[in-house]
Ligand binder design. Structure first.
Ligand code: FES
Length: 428
């Protein structure tokens, strides 16, 4: 079984994107001759392969359609609404498989991306077998940490059982059961979905590694490695398995699992399908668009996130002295942002170091960073740009810089106050 890969099937440069008309656009990849349909309106771009679900016919503009959102198949006249990706003829029938349309904020280009194969779980299918009472149990421990017992195997997902996450920006809302660490160390395997510290919890793994350094841990083969900080963390884990996407991993004759990527953050986020005796459990974890929106049918149990954030209670910050040598010199600012290597993006940020009440700190730094060319101007540039003002508690800011932590540690949680102009979500 080969691994699932994410592939760009069509790319339009900025001029091509600007030339797209509102409504339906037909495009061809000149290299391989494959045809695509791109639908554009003021708030979205949707795209699909120009191929009918009936028998693979080619769509053309539907001249009877007054809305300008429907195409008609040249073979037997099925009709597809490209604005919704629903077939309107036959009505209530199929959905067209959608491609991910990734519009670049940097150079204005558009890429249509598909996952191949799109539904890898259909490989080597297994018939659902009868289960007896209690043969599978799933227990919520805390946050994203779940314990799955299937047959005589125990799996744990995303164990954050102790300590803070996001540089003390988040703490556990639910106290885990008192025996949670024992259960974790008895697991047959652990799945960790991604690198964020509420899923990859080094304080938890530190406890675990003292008891079972060789416990099998599975992560997906993301381009930003889940265990990016392992060496620096000082945690000793010797059995970390990085597995390809979309390939069944057999645990025993009845139990197998498969890690899938996220369509929006394929470089980082993953989700999981577990199958026991032909019964499927889907854990979408933090994925925005798990497996690019294409998911198995007939799943027996699905787990998903239920909130866009977590509680910051209890907050335990206190004032302190920040005597680290590097912060005496303003040059750390340039050094840090150059080291982080993020640029080529039309964003200007103002960072303000604050006390614990988010009041500018006497002696704290306040500076601008222009990510277009990674310069550090004194005033905001004249050109149009996205602007973000970030107030960070100084101890958190400096802890992250000193330890080379994730930028996510600065903006997730209750350690900062952000304002932005325009007030819209954007990311890179
Ligand atoms: S192939 Fe499209 S309607 Fe038959």
């Amino acid at each position: 079984m080969t691994s699932q890969v994410s592939k760009t099937v069509l790319r339009l440069e900025a001029e091509g994107v600007q030339a797209l008309q509102d409504g339906i656009n037909f495009k061809k990849n000149l290299e391989d001759g494959k045809c695509y349909i791109i639908y554009k309106d003021e708030d979205k771009i949707r795209a699909c392969v120009n191929q009918c679900k009936h028998q693979g016919g080619l769509f053309i503009k539907d001249i009877e359609d007054l809305d300008g959102s429907t195409v008609r198949c040249t073979k037997h006249y099925w009709k597809l609404n490209v604005a919704t990706m629903e077939y309107v003829n036959p009505p209530d029938s199929f959905m067209q498989d959608e491609l991910e349309a990734v519009l670049s904020d940097t150079d204005g280009s558009l890429e249509l991306v598909e996952l191949n194969p799109p539904d890898p779980w259909t490989a080597e299918p297994r018939e659902a077998q009868e289960l007896h009472d209690g043969e599978i149990t799933l227990t919520y421990l805390t946050h994203a940490c779940m314990e799955l017992k299937a047959g005589n195997k125990r799996m744990m997902f995303d164990p954050w059982l102790t300590g803070p996450a996001f540089a003390r920006g988040w703490w556990l809302l639910h106290e885990p059961p008192s025996d949670a660490m024992d259960r974790l160390s008895q697991a047959d395997l652990i799945y960790i979905s991604h690198m964020h510290s509420d899923h990859l919890s080094y304080p938890t793994l530190k406890h675990l590694s003292k008891r079972r350094p060789d416990i099998p841990i599975y992560v997906g083969d993301t381009s930003r490695p889940v265990f990016w900080y392992l060496e620096k963390s000082g945690v000793n884990l010797t059995n970390i398995n990085v597995v390809p996407f979309g390939v069944w991993q057999n645990v025993d004759e009845h139990l197998r699992f498969m890690i899938l990527m996220d369509g929006v953050h394929p470089e980082m986020d993953t989700c999981l399908i577990v199958e026991y005796k032909g019964h499927m459990i889907l854990n979408t974890v933090d994925c925005t668009r798990p497996n690019n929106g294409r998911l198995p049918h007939g799943v027996d149990l699905m787990m998903s996130d239920f909130a866009g954030g977590a509680s910051g209670f209890p907050m335990t910050f206190h004032g302190g002295k920040y005597t680290a040598e590097i912060f005496k010199y303003k040059s750390w600012i340039q050094y840090y942002y150059n080291w982080a290597g993020f640029k080529g993006y039309n964003l200007v940020i103002r960072v303000i170091e604050t006390d614990d009440d988010f009041k500018p700190l006497k002696g704290g730094y306040e500076y601008l960073v222009d990510f277009l060319d990674l310069s550090f101007p004194d005033v905001r540039p004249e050109r149009d740009h996205a602007y973000e003002e970030i107030k960070n508690r100084v101890n958190v800011m400096r802890h992250v810089v000193l330890n080379g932590g994730l930028w996510d540690d600065l903006y997730i949680g209750f350690n900062n106050r952000m304002s932005r102009d325009p007030d819209v979500y954007h990311h890179k």
